[in-house]
Design a protein around this ligand. Structure first.
Ligand code: HEC
Length: 266
């Protein structure tokens, strides 16, 4: 009924079209994406799934390096990524290309973009990407597939910060490295062991969505507050998305632990 009214008013020229569109579509996030994400239909496949979960509508346009558009988020091949200090979150890979998401706005304005990044790296989001079957060409795979799994990246200021944060927050349960070799909780996998899981990168990029972490972890502007009736049973971990990215970068800089065989954590 409401939609019909809007439509009638619009046709009668009494309501600007944009106001009517907003009324119907609600929250949006504008994304500049690698053209193949549009051409294959991947973005069209993701949009309703993300909207179902968050009620946020993705408005995608093809990424052009010199484009006049001013999107909230970039999802592009790492090779095309512009120089920015914003964190790059690996999202997917295909045909040797690594796709990263780069949120371009801070604070409240960047909220929907961060929601989208967080969903894309969650198990639901990465499953949606990997289940998508393009009509031509290969499917999209998890991030990091094209990189040799055994190579450890070089240490940088970001990985140094990540190490400190990991020792401080994650070292309560996980053995991080030789610096807390006798710390951690026996039943919890060490970071070195987690590093041997094939999709370790996706797990570190969104560890706060994976049990047991949601019950005690808050990522600023991304996670919902703890439910009032279920406050965290242990001292909570509170991190910004940048700090979480630094921990993931630190994990990437570690050599996987040689366990003499396959490890299964799931
Ligand atoms: C209170 C204890 C605790 C803290 C603190 C903690 N973890 Fe964990 N974490 C666990 C346990 C237990 C598991 C194993 C869960 C399983 O195998 O089901 C785990 C598993 C993981 C996994 C693999 C998840 C999966 O589903 O395979 C990642 C990645 C991870 N933790 C990252 C982190 C990071 C990063 C931090 C710090 C910011 C952290 N954890 C802090 C207890 C903790």
């Amino acid at each position: 009924m409401a939609r019909l009214t809007i439509f009638v008013l619009m046709m009668a020229g009494l309501l600007p079209v944009s106001a009517a569109a907003q009324e119907v579509s609600g929250d949006t996030v504008t994304v500049a994406v690698a053209p193949e994400w549009i051409d294959t239909g991947l973005i069209a496949w993701i949009t309703p799934r993300f909207r179902f979960k968050t009620r946020v509508t993705i408005e995608a346009a093809p990424y052009a390096p010199s484009g006049a558009a001013d999107p909230d988020l970039l999802i592009i091949s790492a090779a095309d990524a512009p120089e920015t200090s914003a964190p790059r979150t690996p999202i997917a890979s295909r045909d040797g290309a690594q796709y990263v998401a780069i949120a371009l706005r801070d604070g409240e304005q960047g909220r929907n973009a961060k929601k989208l990044v967080s969903w894309l790296v969650s198990s639901a989001g990465s499953r949606a990407i990997q289940k998508f079957a393009p009509e031509t060409g290969p499917a999209f795979g998890p991030p990091g597939d094209a990189a040799p799994a055994q190579t450890a990246a070089a240490a940088t200021p970001q990985t140094d910060q990540g190490e400190k944060l990991a020792l401080q927050h994650c070292g309560r349960c996980h053995v991080i490295n030789e610096k807390n070799k006798y710390g951690g909780i026996g039943s919890t996998p060490s970071f070195g062991a987690l590093r041997t899981i094939p999709n370790w990168r996706a797990k570190f990029d969104a560890f706060w969505t994976l049990n047991p972490h949601p019950s005690f972890t808050q990522i600023d502007g991304v996670t919902e507050p703890f439910p009032e009736e279920r406050p965290p049973h242990i001292a909570p971990i509170e991190l910004s998305l940048e700090e979480a990215a630094a921990i993931a970068a630190f994990a990437a800089s570690m050599a996987p632990k040689d366990l003499g065989g396959e490890v299964k954590v799931e």
